[in-house]
Design a protein around this ligand. Structure first.
Ligand code: CUA
Length: 167
């Protein structure tokens, strides 16, 4: 069989780039691990309460400095636990003033969930065993819906909360 010179060149180029690509993927997946960079800290999904940030009394919104907030949330099928109000009712709305800096810290007790604040740049995957963190500035006033964008089971569509940014 005779191969044309250009055929050979492209064959070598094609196989070479495939090998290089697999090498890079393999390196990223197996050597370095595939977790997103925000997933630096690990946590025991069976006992998230043992972590200071996810103790029941520390869930929800907390102002840590002037205009700076932290929100701790535990996701589970099919709920976002954002703590409870003074009357003991579960909190479903996070209220912050416009322009505030908010650090969202989310973990999950069971399966992979999503945490997306629709209409903002907050969009995280929440994996058991990891703490997902994202800090953002709430530039626009309005009501933003928190949705789970990873299919997590029968009640997936019932997982939601609200972030209210007021003027
Ligand atoms: Cu939680 Cu989908």
């Amino acid at each position: 069989m005779h191969l044309h010179k250009y055929e050979k060149i492209w064959l070598v180029f094609g196989l070479g780039s495939l090998a290089l690509f697999l090498l890079i993927i393999g390196f990223a997946a197996f050597w370095k691990g595939t977790h997103p960079q925000s997933h630096i800290e690990t946590i025991d999904p069976q006992n998230v309460e043992a972590h200071e940030s996810f103790k029941p009394e520390n869930l929800g919104l907390r102002e840590v400095a002037d205009g700076k907030y932290i929100v701790n949330i535990v996701a589970s099928a099919f709920n976002y636990d954002i703590g409870s109000d003074d009357a003991g009712k579960p909190v479903k709305t996070i209220r912050v003033p416009k322009g505030s800096t908010v650090l969202f810290q989310v973990t999950t007790k069971d399966v992979v969930h999503g945490f997306q604040v629709a209409g903002t740049n907050v969009n995280m995957m929440v994996e058991p065993g990891h703490i997902s963190r994202l800090e953002t500035v709430m530039k626009n006033a309005g009501e933003f819906t928190v949705v789970c964008n990873e299919y997590c089971g029968i009640g997936h569509h019932q997982m939601f909360a609200t972030v209210e940014v007021y003027d």
